[in-house]
Design a protein around this ligand. Structure first.
Ligand code: OAD
Ligand code: ZN
Length: 249
């Protein structure tokens, strides 16, 4: 699939200095990680209140622990694809910030350097009582919830429903989205708040928004341009075009 670029988009891509990529589960779909919504979405089969909430964890810690182990295993067996890599390669040409709702660590593994993880990161864990952090290598996998030296239960460092987002990262993300020349909104249904305020806030400040998704979303109506296709197909073409434009600048 070869993309059609509007002249307006090309002019902006040529002039731009700062790019922000606001990403969601769809960017990791081609790596083999299921998305949450849509046809084969996780939340069609699983209940978020059981698996992704503090109440769910307190009621049935073993179930939640097992579920996150399952997700870690999937993530560890997958690789970032050409879409993730295109975003990190754009750092050759631009000041790039990644604002992600994903907890899968794939942007980091693809080499992106400035990443704000609004919903945490699956590869980190911490003790619920004393807040000690545990790296993945320190975690013993088994069906029992692991406990800290202090006796507290260890949980994944992800944001569950009803929990606060990391405030510093959220504020820094809002700022980056407001200050950038193009905000790319990639592979997200943009229905989960407060994360979904990031594109809305940028738009209100007069920002230029470009969407990459396989289909229209709730955010499509506020986009300046939409590229319909998979992240793995579309992002490398944007990278190639940016290289061409910057070379001739
Ligand atoms: P969703 O599952 O809601 O949306 C995934 C989006 O990706 C949809 O708009 C799809 O059309 C699109 N998509 C699927 N495959 C794609 C591909 N190959 N290329 C491009 N786009 C593709 O995922 P999120 O928007 O990330 O929250 O969901 C937001 C939050 O809801 C998640 O962070 C998680 C979840 O509950 C927490 O865990 C707190
Ligand atoms: Zn502890």
């Amino acid at each position: 699939m070869s993309l059609e670029f509007t002249q307006d988009f090309l002019d902006r891509l040529k002039r731009a200095e700062r790019l922000v990529f606001f990403t969601g589960a769809g960017i990791s779909a081609e790596s083999g990680i299921p998305t949450f919504r849509g046809k084969d979405g996780i939340w069609n089969k699983m209940r978020p209140e059981e698996l992704a909430s503090i109440d769910g964890f307190m009621k049935n810690p073993e179930l939640v622990w097992e579920w996150y182990q399952h997700r870690r295993k999937i993530v560890n067996e997958t690789q970032p694809h050409d879409g993730h890599k295109a975003i990190s390669a754009l750092e050759e040409l631009y000041d790039v910030t990644v604002v992600t709702q994903n907890v899968d660590n794939l942007h980091r593994r693809a080499g992106s350097r400035r990443i704000y993880e609004l919903h945490g990161n699956l590869t980190r864990n911490f003790c619920m009582d004393c807040r000690t952090e545990f790296a993945e290598s320190e975690i013993e996998y088994g069906s029992k919830v692991m406990r800290c030296k202090c006796g507290g239960m260890i949980r994944p460092d992800v944001v569950w429903f009803g929990e606060m987002l990391p405030q510093d990262e959220f504020l820094a993300s809002e700022q980056a989205a407001r200050d950038c020349d193009i905000l790319f909104v990639v592979g997200t249904s943009a229905v989960v708040y407060p994360a979904a305020y990031i594109p809305i806030g940028a738009k209100q400040e007069g920002g230029y928004l470009a969407e990459v998704n396989i289909e229209p979303t709730d955010a499509t109506r506020i986009m300046d341009v939409s590229f319909f296709g998979t992240a793995g197909e579309v992002l490398p073409q944007i990278l190639a075009k940016a290289r061409e434009l910057k070379k001739s600048a």
